[in-house]
Design a protein. Structure first.
Length: 132
């Protein structure tokens, strides 16, 4: 059990090291995004949330309005603002709007190396030193 704790502690430390380096990402990889919490009604992560901050450090720009942590939007809003990436913590999201990337809340609710690795897996720019 202690071995598991030590392994997890090392993974968190590695994740924090990588997060500190994300600021060095080339902003040429910039992208716009929204992160969907629920599709009916359409609720998204606002810019002042942990996950939004991580994606912004990696060159993203959250298009959600700064109205609370989880603004309610309309499908028309999505069509009007056309985010480059749509992320969702809702599996099987039924939006018919471009590519939707699922972000597992188990991975993205805390800092860990697994979270950084998953960002690289889904094509979000992270420094090469953060990849295995």
């Amino acid at each position: 059990r202690m071995g598991s704790f030590a392994t997890n502690e090392r993974a968190v430390a590695r994740g924090l090291d990588c997060l500190a380096q994300i600021d060095s990402v080339d902003k040429a990889d910039a992208f716009t995004f929204v992160i969907v919490v629920a599709s009916d009604p359409l609720i998204v992560f606002g810019p002042r949330t942990f996950l939004s901050s991580i994606l912004e450090k990696a060159g993203g720009s959250n298009l959600a309005p700064s109205v609370g942590l989880f603004p309610h939007l309309s499908p028309e809003w999505l069509v009007r603002y056309r985010p480059g990436r749509v992320f969702s913590i809702e599996p099987g999201l039924g939006l018919q709007f471009g590519r939707v990337t699922y972000l597992d809340p188990e991975i993205f609710s805390r800092v860990s190396f697994q979270m950084i690795k998953r960002l690289a897996d889904i094509g979000v720019a992270v420094p090469g030193v953060c990849r295995e």
